[in-house]
Write a new protein. Structure first.
Length: 117
């Protein structure tokens, strides 16, 4: 079984929607980190101060096939119109992996069986 690391950097206000989309597809553990985005265009507030917004970084280890499904689901959340994106999501292949919960591996295997049937 091959695994991928999925990383999604999304606006804080879309964090829960992205988590829900991933969980509905079978993602088990999700690590959430707080971040701060700095874009190439700055936003000005009332007092002339710049504010780029709070970001959430979602990290997941998923079976390779499931990672693509989760990526597409999160992409629908951050790009609802299919044009303008409010975040980014990508996967990275994992060569070596230790410490994953065996019950999660069983869920991944079950997902693979259902997908192939």
């Amino acid at each position: 079984m091959k695994f991928s690391a999925l990383v999604a950097i999304v606006p804080e206000e879309q964090e829960q929607d992205c988590i829900d989309a991933a969980r509905e597809l079978g993602a088990g553990g999700i690590t959430v980190l707080a971040g701060r985005g700095i874009s190439n265009t700055t936003r000005r507030t009332f007092f002339g101060l710049t504010y780029d917004g709070s970001q959430s970084v979602l990290l997941m280890v998923l079976e390779k096939g499931l990672s693509l499904e989760v990526l597409k689901a999160i992409q629908k959340v951050i790009m609802p119109d299919g044009k303008d994106s409010s975040g980014i999501v990508f996967t990275l292949p994992l060569e070596h992996l230790g410490g994953i919960d065996l019950s999660q591996v069983e869920k991944f295997e079950q997902h693979l069986k259902e997908t192939l049937d």
